[in-house]
Write a protein of this length. Structure first.
Length: 271
């Protein structure tokens, strides 16, 4: 009968135990490393979220400050400048045109014409800065009123089709959407040479969507992303800031001779 080699058995047991311990250490190390990486990733995510939150708060403060300043300037234009212009018109009307010569009467009529035009422009600027229609009747009516003033048959024909089922619930959100449309319309008028513009809104999958189509010269998404960081792209930067606050997105696209601007915001953001 062969006697077991005790020394060999002891070595085998020792090696087995050593390997098991090493495996346990490796597993423990990997487990600890994994936990460390998860904590590091979570920390980075928390830091990123904090930076994003701080950035959004700064944007919100800037937007609110802009709206406050718009309101103040609007009140001054309407209440002070508008009143002075109207008073000046009354004084001019008190002049007796019949006692004037032909040249003086022509100058008088031209002065009245220019003054009336100035009063209308002040009212238009005041309305754009702070829309009472938006406050009293909601976003859709404010957009209809604004686009109606911009419509110039033969030069820029604007058609507006808005989803009547949508009712704004948050004044801040409605103001931001209104400002985005104002800025986009202003850019189209200034830079695109468009003769036709269609604005449509609809609610889909818990999102409020706006689609603007025009036949002028438009931007691509790449051009928008580039220009909004330049000084001359301040208006585009304002659009992007408001889109960020609304947690929405915006897309610029060219399709043949048609240019499309589409932006959507989630209804969950109480717009």
């Amino acid at each position: 009968m062969k006697v077991p080699n005790i020394a060999a058995i002891n070595i085998t047991v020792f090696v087995t135990v050593a390997i098991a311990v090493m495996l346990l250490l490796i597993i423990s190390f990997l487990f600890a490393f994994n936990i460390s990486q998860r904590k590091k990733f979570q920390y980075q995510q928390n830091l990123l979220h904090l930076k994003e939150k701080q950035q959004n708060e700064l944007i919100r403060a800037a937007v609110m400050s802009e709206e406050t300043e718009r309101h103040r300037i609007s009140d001054q234009l309407h209440g002070e400048v508008g009143a002075l212009l109207s008073a000046t018109r009354l004084y001019l009307y008190n002049l007796h045109a019949g006692k004037m010569g032909e040249n003086e009467n022509e100058i008088f009529q031209k002065s009245i014409e220019l003054l009336n035009e100035s009063i209308q422009k002040v009212r238009f600027i005041s309305h754009n800065l702070h829309s009472n229609v938006l406050k009293e009747f909601g976003l859709n009516e404010a957009i209809y009123s604004f686009t109606q003033k911009l419509n110039q048959p033969g030069k820029l024909d604007i058609t507006t089709q808005l989803d009547e089922s949508y009712q704004s619930r948050n004044p801040e959100g409605a103001i931001s959407i209104y400002r985005i449309l104002q800025e986009l319309c202003g850019n189209i008028i200034k830079h695109s040479a468009a003769t036709e513009l269609n604005i449509r809104s609809f609610v889909s999958a818990s999102r409020l969507c706006f689609v603007m189509k025009h036949n002028g010269v438009g931007l691509t998404q790449q051009e928008f992303e580039k220009l909004r960081y330049e000084k001359k792209g301040l208006g585009l930067k304002n659009i992007q800031n408001r889109i960020i606050l609304l947690e929405g997105n915006i897309l610029f696209e060219r399709s043949g001779e048609e240019n499309i601007i589409a932006f959507t915001v989630p209804l969950s953001s109480d717009v």
